[in-house]
Design a protein around this ligand. Structure first.
Ligand code: DC
Length: 224
């Protein structure tokens, strides 16, 4: 029997992870946060002391990097060589590393195989930047989730402050806009909406409304 894949793409801070996790729980699908996988590679590169723009050294380090996802009580954990780095990858520094390593073709190829393998084994809801365009071009449901950069920055700022990180709204907005630019302008698998993706702008929606909207799109696409 074939498994169902739902692809959710969009820029940073659009609420993809929170919305996708909640929708996956309701559907009883496995949630795959591909951003966390790029972040784990970013963390590995940072720990190895490799410069974030040294593509050659990053590619050379891949054979010694093992990234996997584990699930515990509905929560997803990202493991780097067996170590749970779910929290460690959530800093602005590692976000920047993730963005840089994600532009390296060898890194994208490395994760492409891993991600397609996951989609072949279960019903999944996968979020990222290139899921509908590159990883799962035949996914029956594709959603491009976005929100204005002001709204995304405000949400991300709140989230980081709740975790005890001292950040300003201006710096978070600047980070988000810089990452959008990097993600959209890289030559390999840039962030863009797949032609057959449904656009969902959550700027004026609450979290609950966004989750309902995603579930409605999935239901319509799957049930016809
Ligand atoms: O979604 P996130 O903020 O956790 O993603 C971290 C970085 O990884 C982001 O800058 C873009 C990159 N990324 C990517 O290039 N492709 C994906 N499928 C997911 C994330």
């Amino acid at each position: 029997m074939g498994y169902i894949s739902v692809a959710i793409d969009g820029p940073s801070g659009a609420g993809k992870s929170t919305i996708a996790l909640a929708a996956a729980e309701r559907l009883r699908y496995i949630y795959v946060d591909t951003g966390a996988m790029y972040r784990a590679i970013g963390l590995a590169v940072c720990r190895k002391g490799i410069a974030e723009d040294d593509a050659e050294a990053i590619a050379a380090a891949l054979p010694s990097i093992d990234v996997s996802l584990a699930y515990e009580g509905g929560a997803q954990h990202v493991l780097l060589c067996g170590e749970d780095v779910s929290e460690a990858v959530r800093t602005p520094e590692i976000a920047r590393y993730a963005s840089k390593v994600s532009a390296v073709p060898a890194v994208r190829q490395f994760l492409l195989d891993l991600q397609r393998g996951m989609a072949a084994r279960s019903n999944i809801l996968m979020d990222g930047r290139d899921i509908g365009t590159v990883i799962l071009p035949d996914a029956p449901v594709k959603i491009f989730l976005t929100a204005s950069s002001a709204v995304r920055a405000a949400r991300r700022c709140k989230e980081l402050r709740e975790k005890g990180q001292q950040v300003t709204l201006e710096s978070v907005k600047a980070d988000i806009e810089a990452r959008d630019k990097l993600d959209m302008s890289r030559p390999v698998a840039p962030l863009r909406q797949a032609e057959d993706a449904v656009l969902l702008d959550t700027s004026d929606m609450t979290l609950a409304q966004s989750i309902e909207a995603v579930l409605r799109i999935i239901k319509e696409k799957i049930e016809g």
